[in-house]
Write a protein that binds this ligand. Structure first.
Ligand code: APR
Length: 174
């Protein structure tokens, strides 16, 4: 069974197999959702991140969740918005590579923040369309893999944009 859900709230509170962190290339923490995840997970998360050797834009790396409810954190680095065509490809790769890693680790519930739409200034509507399209295509290409995908929306504007665009794209959600 595959499901898409939208959650208005704090991703660190979600009790799912994995939560995705919108990190930076150093993987050594930061502000926004990155800061929130490290604060709740505790110092062991940073210690494990130090062993990963950073992460390129569009790639994804996995660690334990430590004090988080989630068993795993999948760290991915979104593009800093520049308006170049490569931004869309890089952002799509964040979602695709995170899901590929989730499947590899037998993860069946995963929550994504709105990657790059904060400090990295990706326009929300465009980023949401990329996120939903990429996830929908991945689910279709992996139709035999049971997974619940939660979009964690930190504010009402993000939540309503996700729902509006999902409806426009005819993407079924709970
Ligand atoms: N739960 C869910 N979503 C959150 C949370 C949270 N606790 N905190 C912030 N967000 C949302 C933001 O409101 C935004 O919609 O996550 C989305 C991504 O925003 P950022 O966290 O700023 O991430 P991003 O735009 O990808 O920039 C990444 O910011 O924090 C630094 O180290 C990080 O350098 C990296 C950059």
């Amino acid at each position: 069974m595959q499901k898409i859900l939208f959650d208005l709230g704090d991703i660190t509170k979600l009790d799912c197999d994995a939560i995705v962190n919108a990190a930076n290339k150093t993987l050594l923490g930061g502000g926004g959702v990155d800061g929130a995840i490290h604060r709740v997970a505790g110092r062991e998360l940073l210690a494990e991140c130090r062993t990963l050797g950073g992460c390129n834009t569009g790639e994804a790396k996995i660690t334990k969740g430590y004090k988080l409810k989630a068993k795993y954190v999948i760290h991915t680095v979104g593009p800093i918005y520049s308006g170049k065509d490569s931004d869309a490809t890089d952002l799509a790769n964040c979602y695709k590579n995170s899901l590929d890693l989730a499947k590899k680790y037998d993860i069946h519930s995963i929550a994504f923040p709105a990657i790059s739409t904060g400090v990295y200034h990706y326009p929300l509507e465009e980023a949401t369309r990329i996120a939903l399209t990429t996830i929908d295509n991945w689910l279709k290409a992996n139709a035999d893999y049971d997974i619940e995908v939660i979009f964690s929306c930190f504010d009402k504007r993000t939540y309503s944009v996700y729902i509006d665009i999902a409806k426009k794209l005819n993407i079924t959600f709970i």
